[in-house]
Write a protein that binds this ligand. Structure first.
Ligand SMILES: [Zn+2]
Ligand SMILES: [Zn+2]
Length: 349
């Protein structure tokens, strides 16, 4: 059986956006309007994460599964995206306390926008992760709004207009410091420390300039950084079952982070041998015929990373490399210099 058929036969892929603010914190939309925007952007599920608030109504809205989480948000640093919790976690400046409180509540969390730039040319202060010796359950390796904010130059009307109209071009790739930290966290454990991509969508209304601006409509953010989960079964019609399916995939790293503004298709990243084919977040046994394969778009550039080291680096629509060592393997794909897709690790044992 061809690998493509096996992938197509065995998994169901669903696109979702994570890290969204509603009118309950500093966003402007409600659950109904945000889910409509998600539907229009081709999403199947979204996770709402208001700052220090968790009472948005979950459910299936406009054909989209809407799950609630919380962005635990101390005032100046250590924002933590918490999922699978049912009660509010009060923010603490010490990230270790937030990490621990989420686990005690039965949930799991992701360090949000950990490396916002210290060299911003605008009035928005970076909110960073202040202690990289901590061990969050996962890392938000790419955040659309933070990436845009890092490159926003509001020193003149000209640079501001450029930032506004060429917004997608400003979201180039994840911060290399964040990717390094994520690899280091993964080196410390045999488990997968998962990554997510965040929209950080607010649809903020800004009245500081000549014309009122919305930065940026939910749909705009939702059409860019997307979490593509692969499931063995179709998503259930029962909301609670579907919620477990989605959260389990996010927690286990069965997720490829894709900027759909860069290329239209979705890549397939697998490790195979004669007995099995697995995707991100899964384990496979090392055999003599084990290989990793990345199927992507024409003109893309693929990097394969093994335990933090680049072991293959080439321009290819189809990249296949033999695997001869155990460890964690992940892929990064770029297109014309812009980040396109970042896989979670696959573990070869
Ligand atoms: Zn934040
Ligand atoms: Zn946020």
């Amino acid at each position: 059986m061809l690998l493509e058929e096996k992938v197509a036969l065995n998994t169901y892929r669903y696109c979702g956006a994570i890290h969204i603010h509603t009118h309950f914190s500093d966003g402007t939309g409600n659950v109904d309007s945000i889910s409509k925007a998600a539907k229009q952007a081709g999403l199947d599920w979204i996770i709402i994460t208001d700052h220090n608030y968790i009472d948005a109504e979950e459910g299936i809205y406009n054909g989209v599964y809407v799950i609630k989480g919380e962005e635990i948000s101390p005032a100046t640093c250590n924002h933590y995206l918490a999922f699978g919790i049912n009660k509010l976690i009060e923010p603490d400046n010490d990230s270790r306390i937030n990490i621990s409180n989420v686990r005690i509540a039965g949930g799991f969390g992701f360090a949000a926008h950990p490396d916002e730039s210290l060299e911003r040319k605008n009035k928005w202060c970076p909110i960073r992760w202040d202690n990289k010796d901590t061990s969050p359950d996962g890392v938000e390796i790419w955040n659309w709004f933070s990436s845009w904010g890092d490159n926003l130059d509001d020193s003149s009307i000209l640079t501001l207009a450029k930032s506004y109209f060429f917004k997608h071009k400003m979201v180039t790739k994840p911060c290399s410091e964040t990717l390094k930290w994520w690899d280091k966290l993964n080196e410390k454990t045999s488990r997968i420390i998962p990554a997510i991509g965040g929209a950080d969508a607010h649809a903020l209304k800004v009245y500081d300039y000549v014309i009122p601006l919305t930065i940026f409509p939910y749909k705009t953010c939702f059409k860019a950084i997307t979490n593509v989960i692969s499931l063995d079964n179709v998503l259930s019609d029962n909301f609670n079952i579907a919620k477990s399916q989605i959260l389990e995939a996010v927690k286990s790293g069965n997720n490829v982070i894709v900027n759909r503004n860069v290329c239209k298709g979705l890549p397939e990243i697998t490790v195979s041998n004669s007995e099995n084919t697995v995707s991100c977040g899964e384990f496979i046994k090392l055999t003599e015929d084990t290989f990793m394969e990345v199927l992507s778009e024409k003109g893309t550039y693929v990097k394969i990373i093994h335990d933090g080291d680049i072991i293959a680096d080439k321009s290819a629509k189809r990249c296949r490399i033999p695997i001869t060592k155990t460890g964690k393997y992940r892929a990064e794909i770029s297109y014309k210099g812009r980040g396109y897709a970042y896989s979670n690790p696959i573990i070869v044992i």
